[in-house]
Design a protein around this ligand. Structure first.
Ligand code: 2AM
Length: 511
């Protein structure tokens, strides 16, 4: 609080907005709050007064003008309103909120969009606002509700000037990690903020860079989750293991190289008994159809647009699409026959192999995500620091993992690393695990178990390391039917040839 004014304001009091406000208040900042529906703001203030140690630092306003006037200048106003715009021309609630705010602001004030906005919309908004003399930051906020409340990973994109103003608050509220181990401090308690450790935020770059990186984070999250699901499915189908038994396996894995938030929650989920029937495990009662909100799809379409083979990330999106066709699958399961699952001996060995398949596939998935960001920076004129990005993924966000410390080190050692798989550590790990990885994918195929993430990651690995791919034939086909030309192996690159492909002798069809 300075001169009786709030340090920052926030509009949009759904759960993420509320939790971000409480996080800022816990760190000693006074926060003005506003919501389109006033009753939600009033309920929130009441909740704070009854439950939160930092309630005195949360100030509610029913009128937008009063809200704006209550904030110290240059104002910092965070928007956490529902964003739907995808194309640069789309306008949504974020644009509407900005329109309503602008007549009340002073030049130099900073609007921060903390929603899951599409980077194209963020690029447009930043341009529109800076042209009018305002500042705009598009900040990815990752970590779900708990992250927002006690320490998210924050990925801001915008001008260095705007970032300088926001930095102290963003650095204070972001997750903190032990710099040596890369492990996040998670001793959460309301009113007792974590202040030690390295903070999980950094200036990602200009305009839409923060939202782009947040989107790729989500794409990686999709594939990370799918890989875990495939490991679970293989243990269940090939080895007949129960959820409880698998919980113990994931618990053990969480102490090794796979140590991560997603493995940790899987351990918890698999041991949960069904509270409704009091019989069996709850996961077995959850319907096998997955929802999605779109960031995995955006990551995949961006990969297609930029020509980057993020095939496993796309497979993870398609796996959710396939899961959603539940009725069709149930009908098809009665008609389309596959092989009978054979009894497999050597459970311990196969569980170990599944671990290695998951680990190797995960390395490939991250390699794809980082390769995509590397291409995007060229397209959009950003200069991304991958060491820093991996560093802020270590805490707060959904993909946080011990493994990210190794990615951080890989990019710190070689900021121009072309592909994560080529880093000496990851190369060694892939070489160490690949026999098991191949064994698992083969077993899955032979037994008719669908493993799109494991298989596509292996195809990426084998394709990336292939000196020669069959694209010679493909390009010849293109030249045959469309005169698309081809380059030759024995002439310099950039010289293009075309021939009228002679028709080969074909067996004549009898009249
Ligand atoms: P509401 O409570 O009035 O619905 C997440 O949906 C948040 O976005 C909510 O705080 C919601 O406000 C807000 N929101 C959604 N559409 C909005 C709009 N057009 N203008 C302002 N806030 C909006």
């Amino acid at each position: 609080m300075s001169n009786g004014k709030s340090d920052i304001g926030l509009i949009g009091l759904a759960v993420m907005g509320q939790n971000l406000v409480l996080n800022m208040a816990d760190h000693g900042y006074t926060v003005s709050v506003f919501n389109r529906t006033t009753s939600k703001m009033e309920d929130f203030i009441k909740h704070c007064q009854e439950n939160e140690p930092s309630a005195e630092r949360v100030v509610g306003h029913a009128e937008l003008k009063d809200f704006v006037d209550s904030i110290a200048t240059p104002r910092k106003i965070v928007l956490l309103v529902k964003s739907t715009a995808v194309l640069p021309t789309d306008r949504d609630a974020v644009d509407k909120s900005i329109e309503q705010l602008l007549p009340l602001l002073d030049k130099g004030d900073i609007i921060i969009d903390g929603g899951n906005s599409n980077w194209n919309a963020t690029i447009r908004r930043e341009k529109e606002l800076t042209e009018q003399g305002y500042e705009f930051i598009g900040s990815g906020v990752s970590g779900g509700e708990l992250g927002a409340r006690f320490g998210p990973s924050l990925m801001p994109g915008g001008s260095p000037k705007a970032w300088k103003s926001l930095k102290p608050i963003w650095e204070a509220i972001a997750a903190k990690v032990d710099p040596k181990s890369g492990k996040a401090y998670e001793d959460y308690a309301a009113g007792k903020p974590i202040t030690k450790g390295e903070t999980c935020t950094t200036h990602i770059g200009p305009d839409g860079a923060g939202h782009y990186v947040k989107m790729v984070h989500n794409g990686i999250e999709y594939i990370d989750m799918q890989l875990i699901c495939e490991a679970y499915n293989l243990m269940k189908t090939l080895l007949g293991m129960s959820a409880g038994e698998m919980s113990k396996v994931f618990g053990k894995w969480n102490k090794g190289v796979l140590d991560s938030y997603l493995i940790e929650i899987t351990t918890d989920i698999l041991q949960q008994k069904d509270p409704a029937t009091k019989r069996g495990f709850l996961v077995d009662k959850v319907l096998d159809t997955a929802g999605q909100k779109g960031t995995g799809k955006w990551t995949s379409t961006s990969a297609l647009d930029l020509g980057i083979p993020a095939n496993s990330i796309a497979e993870a999106v398609f796996a959710r699409c396939l899961s959603a066709l539940k009725d069709e699958r149930v009908a098809a399961s009665k008609k389309l026959k596959g092989p009978k699952v054979k009894e497999i001996k050597g459970k311990k060995k196969l569980v170990e192999a599944i671990h290695d398949a998951l680990y190797s596939s995960k390395i490939c998935a991250y390699a794809q995500g980082f390769q995509l960001m590397a291409e995007a920076q060229k397209e959009y004129g950003w200069k991304l620091n991958f060491g820093e990005i991996a560093k802020i993924f270590r805490g707060g966000c959904i993909i946080r993992a011990r493994f990210l410390q190794k990615i951080t080190e890989a990019y710190q050692k070689n900021p121009d690393l072309q592909n994560l798989m080529l880093d000496p550590f990851f190369k060694k790990e892939l070489h160490r695990c690949q026999e098991n990885w191949r064994k698992v994918v083969s077993l899955a195929v032979l037994n008719g178990v669908s493993t799109p993430a494991f298989s596509s990651a292996l195809a990426y690995f084998d394709g990336y390391r292939a000196k020669v791919l069959p694209a010679n034939l493909l390009q010849a086909q293109r030249d045959y039917f469309g005169a698309h030309t081809y380059e030759r192996t024995d002439t310099p690159r950039g010289q293009f040839f075309h021939v009228d492909w002679p028709k080969a002798d074909r067996p004549q069809l009898k009249a």
